[in-house]
Design a protein. Sequence first.
Length: 323
Amino acid sequence: MDLLDRKLLTALQRDFPLTVMPFQSLARKLGTDEKNVLDRTARLKEQGVIRQISAIFDSASIGYQSTLIAFKVPAKKLTETAALISANPGVSHNYERSGKYNLWFTLTLPKGKDLRAEAQKLADAVSIIDWLFLPAIRTFKINFQLDLTGTAKNAPAAIKAPAKPSARRTIKVPQNFIRELQKDLPIVSRPYKQIARALTVTESEVVARIKKYIDSGAIRRIAAVLRHNKAGFPANVMVAWAPPENLKDDLARYAVRQQKISHCYERPSLGKWPYSVYTMIHGKTMAECSRVIKTVSTQSGVKEFSLLPTVREFKKVRVQYYS
């Protein structure tokens, strides 16, 4: 990838223009022409660097709930068990990680479904006895954006106290709009044309609705999601932290500042698994990730944590809402 590729990928993650012709707007920002941007985006998609370009919905705001689950799977059964779990349409992310609990996945279901009961069904189906049920109590940060230009800076120290997922109100978004907008956008000059035709509205109306639902919080943004390995970030580690109660918010405050930390959640602390704050770190090397961990530990004063590096990706897709 050359410098323009890296600038383009960064813009596709952060600043996808909310216009009828977004690639033309991107071209102006990058000092090139629309055809060059379209050709480069198509090539990066074919190479597997770009996973998808679409709306990123806030699941809790549009009537869904999710949880993180970890299974302790015998090594000889791991691949088979992972395949069975990945076959469930509610599972969007599924990874092998180092450690006692070696299969970690997310389960997303409509509100009204019993998440724990569904998780128990999955455990029973694959004969797993030892497992963790870890729904988010608080979400401090969700911002998976890889810095390919080396210009991103750490954020200010202050964070707002986030609402619990159960406390966030459901925003009424037409289901047909969600179904269309969650599809991978075509890499063409007018990518909303097909969506507009399906919804029998104009392209300008589609863009106006996107802006409306971004303002309301139902949509986080329109963005490209990259395959971190192909984008030059092969080192990925989840860190489970065990802060004392009086240091929990301090830990979150310092963690969300770090540009290389994409996710930060509070989850229940269990007797057999005493960790309550989870961060996801993406780096070019494990040494780079280790420096981030050391910084957060030093600044927050939290010394007890467990490293859960990604070993294998079994599944990573966008949740298909109302499909």
